[in-house]
Write a protein that binds this ligand. Structure first.
Ligand code: PMV
Length: 327
């Protein structure tokens, strides 16, 4: 599926938020209520190739070798419209995207997808954006994508408008042995999209104002913990922040949850591992899968424990990963 000579290919990795983004102040520009902070992961990534082509009459989007659905194509086209508008290009584009995540693991991420698309499409359109401007652009596709422009830890500064809402890299020292173990659970009925879930939480959860307060405090505490390379503090803050985010789903009207039965089983197991002296913490995004934070020396023990419960194929060890790159 190699495209014409002026095609550009970019690779971006997924990220896991330790202090989460949950709620848009501006749904169109994707400006969040609060800042968030994530770790980019090495194992899961998306490669996306883009070529603007005068012979095309509409955008031609293929994902993992298959034509994208009408809904996905429309979302990609809306994103490409921003790139066309800024670059002055009027041509349609061919987009070929490959997700490097285990098939059916349910870990495919809009973050790596839109970060790769932002990088490939802007360069294919002749723009040479700074990392800050790439982050701003990726944000328009999916909020969390603005953090996947950077490797390691990245903080999305919420800002107030399109110009000042973007991620910045957070330097860290002494955290090279941090590991994130991705655990995949049985697939349930289709989850409520993050967009829909956020909207419900913002508009109906009586706890949303409290989230704004605590998320800001969590972010300050996490940055201090990262600066001190204090794994215990990083883990505690991340776990608590994840549960506070999920409390916004349980307290919405109508209530909803991203957890399934296995999610709760995994939470219990993480806690019992911790009580037995194996230090690890969990975090969960808008789906039933769980990510376990640990350090290299305890990884094997944790992998063994979860492989017995979930099967080897559902336990994947990841490390801090790099920022967006051109191939
Ligand atoms: O970027 P979105 O719209 O898919 O939202 C991501 C939301 C969470 O993954 C739950 C939290 C986060 O900060 O990544």
């Amino acid at each position: 599926t190699t495209l014409s000579n002026n095609a550009v290919t970019a690779r971006a990795h997924t990220n896991i938020a330790l202090v989460k983004y949950w709620g848009k102040k501006d749904e169109n520009l994707i400006i969040p209520y609060t800042g968030s902070l994530s770790l980019t992961l090495d194992y899961f990534y998306t490669d996306t190739q883009v070529a603007f082509d005068a012979n095309l009459t509409t955008d031609d989007v293929q994902i993992d070798g298959q034509p994208a659905s009408a809904k996905t194509t429309a979302r990609v086209s809306r994103f490409l419209d921003i790139v066309r508008q800024r670059s002055g290009i009027t041509k349609s584009a061919a987009v070929r995207s490959t997700n490097h995540v285990p098939t059916a693991a349910g870990l495919a991420s809009s973050a790596s997808a839109f970060a790769a698309l932002a990088a490939a499409s802007s360069r294919a359109a002749g723009m040479n954006l700074s990392l800050t401007d790439l982050s701003r652009l990726a944000r328009r596709g999916s909020g969390s994508a603005c953090r996947s422009i950077f490797g390691g830890f990245a903080e999305w500064q919420p800002g107030t408008d399109d110009t000042n809402s973007y991620a910045i890299p957070i330097k860290s020292h002494g955290l090279a042995d941090l590991r994130v173990i991705a655990l995949t659970t049985v697939k349930g009925p289709k989850a409520i999209s993050s967009r829909q879930g956020m909207r419900l939480s913002v508009t109906t959860s009586p706890y949303y104002p409290a989230w704004i307060q605590t998320a800001q405090a969590d972010l300050v505490a996490l940055k201090a913990a990262l600066a001190a390379a204090d794994f215990t503090a990083i883990g505690k803050i991340s776990e608590l922040n994840a549960m506070r985010m999920h409390a916004l789903t349980l307290s919405a009207d109508p209530d909803f949850t991203y957890f399934n039965g296995q999610t709760l089983t995994i939470i219990d197991l993480v806690k019992s591992l911790r009580h037995s002296g194996v230090e690890c913490y969990y975090t969960i995004d808008a789906g039933p899968n769980v990510k376990v934070l640990c350090q290299s020396e305890t990884t094997e023990k944790i992998v063994t424990t979860f492989s017995k419960v979930l099967g080897d194929e559902n336990v994947i060890v990841t490390k801090p990963g790099p920022g967006v790159q051109y191939l």
